[in-house]
Design a protein around this ligand. Sequence first.
Ligand code: HEM
Length: 411
Amino acid sequence: MHPLFVFISMIALLRVEMLLSYLMRHLLLLVRRLCCQILDQLEVMVGGPSWTVKLGRRDSTTASHTLAETDLPGPFDPLDRIIPGFANKGPSARDMIALSAIAAIFSLLLLSSMQCHAQISSTFYDLTCPNALNTIRTSVRQAVSAERRMAASLIRLHFHDCFGCDASILLDETPTIVSEKTALPNLGSARGYGIIEDAKRELEKTCPGVVSCADILAVAARDASTLVGGPSWTVKLGRRDSTTASHTLAETDLPGPFDPLDRIISGFANKGLSTRDMVALSGAHSIGQAQCFLFRDRIYSNGTDIDAGFASTRRRQCPQEDQNGNLAPLDLVTPNQLDNNYYKNLIERKGLLQSDQVLLSGGSTDSIVSEYSNSSRTFASDFAAAMIKMGDISPLTGQNGIIRTVCGSIN
Ligand code: HEM
């Protein structure tokens, strides 16, 4: 046979094999998802029979420890012991089989559904709500084109939710819920709740009860980043929503603008984020704005860690008294662009918040700041990776939590 013919045949065979393995992988994924969906449905309406319960039992005045040990069947009992065990109490062998089948089905359901939902994955809504990501993107795009700062606010909202990504930040105050919205880092500061609620309303029209508010927050943050020139990443999905809020945790766990570096580092480390993750995530401060009272001390400090010209410019809009809510851009050069300019500002001692400038103050983070200031690529890829890591912080999955119908309240 001609060697060229052999060579071409081999290439063709290789291609067919690759194609088959590709098809098999996708087929298996599809089958698994379908099984999970069927299990979901079964769980909703478990579908067992109903019966009329006879009433009139009264409660004992004693317990029967020994009888419980001798009379209840055990997992290692042989059949000829199980059948008389039931017969002694009345139920026939047929009754016994019927009751056992129900128990087995329930155990199987529980096991299988745990396998389906234990982890978050980017394909989670592929079959249950294929248009989910487009719907969220449309809401975010409309919001950001109406007000560019909203991109910053949405990224921050996901961050503030994500010291436990469960949409607890979205819950309003009720007699039983102390809302996180009124916690110090969020009060009069966190924004974008309405955008998430708008996206949720749209999703409820097409896929009622399917997409969690925690996932909407995660996707909205990614979309916001891309809309202002920042990096994109694949968002893992399948988080579920909390039924409670953690006002106290929001106050103790989120970093503050006056925190020293070691405290910021340990705050992130407590959530499983490295120092490098923290420095990359802080790059989100290359968009958005901060209120005067949060950087006043720094611009009137006459310190050596702030550029004098920058301080004097910022003082114009932020007097020593009053005007607490006056805003200044966190990045003075490209305030609406998610890029590595934030780090360049730090090198020029033009970080707005004290907690920004401490990243370049002779400590362990100096070299990372300098690396990001020199390479927008490294920053972009580290930022994306750290956002994915942040989105993984203690999500509720499987049987935990709920899918809220309205993000601001529990169903
Ligand atoms: C490292 C510790 C951090 C501290 C101490 C901190 C603190 C702050 C403060 C004080 C503000 C201004 C709030 C106001 O004026 O109302 C702010 C704004 C902002 N933060 Fe952070 N932050 C930190 C990390 C992060 C991270 C990890 C992200 C996101 C990944 C983030 C995203 C933002 C954004 C985008 C804004 C502007 C929000 C807007 O304009 O609505 N921050 N941050």
